[in-house]
Design a protein. Structure first.
Length: 163
């Protein structure tokens, strides 16, 4: 596909989703976390988690928990941290409310999924890849995406964590 054809396809896709680029939608999704005040590395980490949340949010509701569980399995030590915390909560009467990093991450992803549903309920683009680069104005984000449809659900099920 030539450059002009790609540009026309992008314009049609953006029009379909309210004229917003997916990179701008991701940044808006992250707005409560003040992405403009983050270093490039912190911004990239935030976008990575927002990407996981976005891709889970485009799935049908009955498949989201399964994908979130798969994400937990992919993160080293995350499942173990969650099991330890659950065991502590069940057997410790001190009711300490400090959350382990794994639980905090799951709460964060859950909040981002809800935020995506609230802000962009009809945007079914799947994030395939993202790139963050330094620029004089701060971190610059580019995103590759594809619209999700029933034929792509299997691809999403097998999609590994994007980092």
């Amino acid at each position: 596909m030539g450059k002009a054809s790609r540009k026309k396809q992008l314009q049609r896709q953006q029009k379909q989703y309210g004229g917003i680029k997916l990179s701008a939608a991701l940044i808006e999704l992250c707005e409560p976390f003040e992405p403009e005040n983050l270093s490039t590395k912190e911004f990239e980490s935030l976008i990575g988690l927002a990407t996981v949340a976005w891709n889970i949010a485009v799935l049908p509701n009955d498949e989201r928990l399964e994908k979130l569980a798969a994400f937990v399995e992919e993160i080293p030590d995350m499942r173990q941290e969650l099991e330890i915390e659950i065991d502590t909560v069940l057997h410790d009467d001190s009711k300490d409310t400090d959350f382990a990093p794994a639980t905090t991450m799951l709460h964060f992803i859950g909040a981002m999924i809800q935020r995506k549903d609230d802000l962009f309920p009809n945007d079914n683009r799947l994030i395939l890849e993202f790139n963050v680069k330094d620029s004089p104005e701060g971190p610059h984000l580019t995103v590759s995406s594809a619209p999700i449809n029933p034929d792509r659900i299997n691809m999403v099920r097998n999609l590994h964590q994007i980092t």
